[in-house]
Design a protein around this ligand. Structure first.
Ligand code: CUA
Length: 332
C-alpha cells in the first residue's frame, strides 16, 4: 500500500513542476501542451467509440442462436459498405486534422530572430557549453549547464554540437531541438514568468545521456543584468591561504589542461569553464547540488558517479582536495 502511494506520488509529481511539458510557462509550451491534450481527447473519444461498437457487436452476436452465416440481404450489404466507407473517410479526416494542427502549432513556435541572438549552446559529452555573445566582444563570457534569461524577452539560442547529436529540451518553455555537429540550429526561449526551469538532453548521446541536465533561470531584467555583469568579471584571486593553495593545485595539476578559470593561467578548452563555478546550482550537468560535500565526493571519484565521462580521478590527498573544494566553491 505504501509502495503504491509512493508510486502514485511519483507519477503525479512527474506531471507538474519545473520540468514538464504539461506545465507550460511560455506561450510556445502552452501551444504544445494544447496540442497534446487535443490529440489525447480525440484519441480517447475514438477509443471509447470503438469499445462501445465492439461491445454492441458481441452482444448482438450472442443473441443469434446458431453459428450459421447470416444471409446477406442486399440492403444489409449496402449498409455495411456505407458504414465501412464512412469510417475509412473519418479516419482520413482525423489524420488530416492532426497533421494540420501539429504543422501549424509547431510552425508558429519555431520562429527565430538572429537579431536577438545572445547565446550559443554547444552539446558536449555530457554537458552544455553556453557562450553569451555580444556585439562588443568584451561583454562575452562562457559558462556551462546553466542559462540565465530575462523574463518576457525572447532569447535565441544557436545550437551546435561538438561530438554527437544531442537534443535541447526544456519542456516547460519550449519543444525539442536537436544539436547536430557542423550544423546551426536555432531555438527561441521566452519565459512568461520568473522561475527555474529544468531541461534534459532528449536525444540518446552515449553512456551518460541521462545525466545531461540543463537549468534555465528566468529572472527579472535587473537581476539578469546583474548576473550577466558579474559573469563577465574574471575570478578574484583568493586571500585565504587554503584557497590560494587550492588555486595552485587547480592551475598546476591536471585540472587546468581541460578547464578554464579566467583571471588565472588555467585555460583548458575541453571541459566546463569554471570561472564562476561557486555561483552555480549544480555540479556535473545537474548531477549533484553544488555543495562542498558533493564537490568533494565528485572530485574524489568522478567515474563512480558519471562513468565514461571525461572527468578523470586526479589523485589528491584529503587536504589538497579540501583546499581545491574551498577554492572552487569560493568562485562565486
Ligand atoms: Cu546529450 Cu543525450
Amino acid at each position: 500500500m505504501k509502495a503504491l502511494a509512493l508510486l502514485a506520488a511519483l507519477l503525479l509529481a512527474g506531471c507538474s513542476g519545473w520540468q514538464s511539458a504539461l506545465d507550460p510557462h511560455s506561450s510556445e509550451a502552452a501551444q504544445l501542451a494544447g496540442l497534446f491534450w487535443f490529440f489525447t481527447a480525440v484519441c480517447a473519444l475514438i477509443w471509447i467509440a470503438v469499445v462501445i461498437a465492439l461491445a454492441m457487436v458481441l452482444l448482438r452476436r450472442r443473441r443469434t442462436p446458431n453459428d450459421a452465416p447470416e444471409e446477406e440481404h442486399p440492403m444489409a450489404a449496402r449498409r455495411k459498405t456505407t458504414i465501412v466507407t464512412g469510417l475509412a473517410l473519418s479516419t482520413a479526416l482525423v489524420l488530416l486534422i492532426f497533421g494540420l494542427t501539429s504543422f501549424y502549432a509547431t510552425r508558429g513556435i519555431t520562429w527565430y530572430d538572429t537579431q536577438t541572438i545572445t547565446l550559443k549552446v554547444t552539446g558536449q559529452q555530457w554537458w552544455w557549453q553556453v557562450e553569451y555573445q555580444n556585439q562588443d566582444a568584451s561583454q562575452d563570457f562562457i559558462t556551462a549547464n546553466e542559462i540565465h534569461i530575462p523574463v518576457g524577452k525572447p532569447v535565441t539560442l544557436e545550437l551546435d554540437a561538438m561530438d554527437v547529436i544531442h537534443s535541447f529540451w526544456v519542456p516547460s518553455l519550449m519543444g525539442k531541438k536537436d544539436l547536430i555537429p557542423g550544423r546551426k540550429n536555432f531555438i527561441t526561449l521566452k519565459a512568461d514568468e520568473p522561475g527555474l526551469y529544468r531541461g534534459q538532453c532528449a536525444e540518446f548521446c552515449g553512456l551518460e545521456h541521462a545525466k545531461m541536465a540543463i537549468l534555465v533561470f528566468a529572472e527579472p531584467q535587473d537581476k539578469f543584468e546583474a548576473w550577466r555583469r558579474h559573469q563577465i568579471e574574471a575570478a578574484k584571486t583568493p586571500g585565504a591561504p587554503e584557497r590560494l593553495h587550492g588555486m595552485d593545485i587547480f592551475v598546476h595539476r591536471q585540472c587546468a589542461s581541460c578547464h578554464s578559470i579566467s583571471g588565472t593561467d588555467a585555460g583548458g578548452q575541453t571541459a566546463p569553464d569554471l570561472t564562476h563555478f561557486g555561483g552555480r546550482a549544480t555540479i556535473a550537468a545537474g548531477l549533484f547540488h553544488n555543495t562542498p560535500d558533493n564537490l568533494d565526493r565528485w572530485l574524489a571519484n568522478p567515474q563512480q558517479f558519471k562513468p565514461g565521462s571525461n572527468m578523470p580521478q586526479v589523485p589528491l590527498s584529503r587536504e589538497d582536495r579540501a583546499a581545491l573544494v574551498a577554492y572552487l566553491e569560493g568562485l562565486t
